[in-house]
Structure formats: C-alpha cells, structure tokens
Ligand binder design. Sequence first.
Ligand code: IFM
Length: 451
Amino acid sequence: MTGTREALVFPDGFVWGAATAAYQVEGAAREDGRGPSIWDAFSHTPGKVAGGDTGDVACDHYHRYADDVRLMSELGLRAYRFSVSWPRVQPAGGGAVNAKGLDFYDRLVDELLKADISPYVTLYHWDLPLALERRGGWAERDTAHRFAEYAAAVHDRLGDRVATWTTLNEPWLIAFLGYAWGVHAPGRTDPAAAFRAAHHLLLGHGLATAVLRAAGARQVSLTFNLSPVEGPPEVADLIDGLMNRQFLEPALRGRYPADVLAVAARHGGLGHIHDGDLALINQPIDLIGINYYNPSVVSPKPGEPANPAFPGSEGVFFEPPSGPTTAMGWPIVPEGLTSLLLRLSRDYPETGLLVTENGAAFDDVVEDGAVHDRDRLAYLDAHLRAAHAAIQAGADLRGYLVWSLLDNFEWHDGYRRRFGIVHVDFATQRRLPKDSALWYRDVIRRNGLAR
Ligand code: IFM
C-alpha cells in the first residue's frame, strides 16, 4: 500500500460520515405494513445467497436506530447516509402510501438531527417492491414513473428536514448484476432487459430529480459505482463505456456514448429510448456520488466469451488482481480514487463530488473485546490520502462517507463479508467499534490524518 503518511488536513466543512442501506441493515422485513421486495424473494430462494442468509433481521436497525445514532454520535460522525425502503413506503409499489413505513424514517431523521448528524437520504438502494418486478421491474418504462411518484411521497414527509437527496445507488449494478448476470435480485439473465433497465433507471433518476427540485430539495445527487478501467484502449474503452460512461454521460451531459449505443443496439435494439428522454434524464444535479472500491484491468484475448456483467465484451479478458486484495478478492488500489476524482473534475467541472461509499471487507476477529482491523484501517488511511491528493490537485470533493457503519447483509455474500467499522455480533446484535472506527473518530476530530 502506498502513501507518504504525513499529516494532512481536509478543507473546512468537509463532510465526514458513514453509509448503510435499508435492506442491508434494517431487518423488520414484515413489520408495520412493509411489502415484499425483490431482495426478499431473491434471498429466500435457495442457492442465491451464501449460507442461505436473508435480510429478515439483518442488524435490526429498524428497532435499534436510536442506539445506532448514539454510536454515530460517539464516533463524531457529521453525516449518515441511509436508504429508504420503497416497499415500506409503497408496499404494492405504487398508489397508497404506508404512513407507518414513513414514520420510521421520520423518527430516524429526528434522532439524527438531535445528535447534530446530517441525514443523507438515498431513495433507491436495490429493494424494488416485488409487485413492480412482477410488472416487468426496471426493464419496464412504467417503473421510472412509479419511482418519481415514490420520491415525491418520501420528500413530502422528510423534505422539511433532509437537505441532500440521492436518487439511485449504483445503476450499473442494478441493471447488469440484476438483469444480465443474475447474481443480484431479481436474478434475470437477459442482456436486452439489462440495457432497458439501465435506461429506465436513468429516466427514473431524471423524473425523480425534477420532482425533488419542484418540491424544494436543496441538494440532489446520483451515486455511481465507478471503476477506472486500465488496459489497451481497444478493450478498456468498451468496459469504461458500459460501466461508467453509460450512466455519467446521459445524467450529466444528456447523451449516450456512441460505443454504448452500438452494444445496446445489438442486444434488443434501442426502441426503449424515446425522443425527449435524454432531456428528462439530464437534470442539473449538485453532487456526483462516487462509490469507489477498485479499478479493473482488461486485455484483449481472442475467443474470450463475454463477461456476463458486460454484454458485448467478447474478446475482453478481465485480469486477476496482481497485488493485495480485500476479503472480497478486490484489488487495493488507492491511487485509482485520485485518478477517478480528477477525471470527474475534468469532465464535469460544474458538479461537486462526494465519496458516498469507500471501504473494505476483511476477515475480522474479536479478541478480548476488540477488533484490531489493521488492514481496514490501512485501507481507509490510504484512500483518504488518495482523496486528499485529488483535492490538492483541484478536485471539488466535499465529503467522504465510509462503507459501512455496521457489518451487514452483503447481498449474495450474506453476512460472511464484513465491511463495517463497527462489528455486529448477529446472534446478540451487540455492536463493537473496531479499531478503524476509533481511528476514524480521531480523523474526524482533527479534520484530517495524523502523521
Ligand atoms: O454493500 C455494497 C453496497 O450496498 C453498494 N456498494 C458496494 C458495497 C460493497 O459491496
């Protein structure tokens, strides 16, 4: 791991926080009128999630949120990014709003504000109401309209206290892991549906952004999972297009990259992109949300079949990591964050940047009432140094939200992968701040890194 390890100070007002997502932490899957989501159906299907784990109980954040906010306060967090569960708010995916579902977020927001922690709300972090999937899910255009309707209902209840709104978390993953590869809910393996889903997610983002703006939302953002792609341009550009530019360019520039359109055209055609859609999608946003974990390295390899997450990638080989990795097997490359932030500043200089997720899973061990997670601490330290280097070079980075506050339900990996800076004993629900959490508390206190 690199880094010069001198003391570093971040800009005044830099936002320090942590993130979670509804299905990964809340539990209470059948309480207070919550309807089923695609992740309930997927996790309850044998063989889909490691260990047969589900989000039924997760971290029980639904009941323990006040204790969790107290913990955040002890750690000095200034912001908490959480997502709202759509099926809690609209159990049938549209129409009637379940007041009890919104009550939970009302209580959570009040508790955060009492502790002087800013709520950062994400409207969609993957838990689509099952009723909408039965009508075609994101592959169906109507879902984008239903999403805008849901955004209005949530803003209506929380908009007086929540300043920063994120429409979607990681549209590439939703579309291509959920509809093309099928390792995420809803588990479909239809590349044409994935391209349609990608477009309808973007449309939903645009429609919801317009609704949020009209209702007076102060800051609106969209969170992308962005991966710098390294390798010869003849292969790296294609993967960069599918993963990064397919979403950045419509949202921020109102156009699809030609190379992405060419691939989509070969997978079901472009009939789902209607005249005027790109103008609807391209609403001004205040912040680009960045979830950074690792870069990808590709090389040309004739005869290589398409990677299931990248339809159209025949002949592209994804190189295995050559250096240190996390427990996910993801390479640890902090410099990738610097180059990503600088690229976004260069390409979209008018929009502020916020790291909405960065962090790492490691195989933590509880020893004498402590978790000495040196690897995670080193990972976070190195990535903060990389973020600081980007700021020094001119990037308008406004804050950093670690993924994650708590160990939680890591999608198809279940509970076996721990990303939290706070350890959760899932048998007792006991929380235990790891060394990385105590270190992060000091980082926040001094608004930077010690020598
Ligand atoms: O846990 C996920 C999160 O829900 C979305 N971004 C990546 C994280 C780690 O895989």
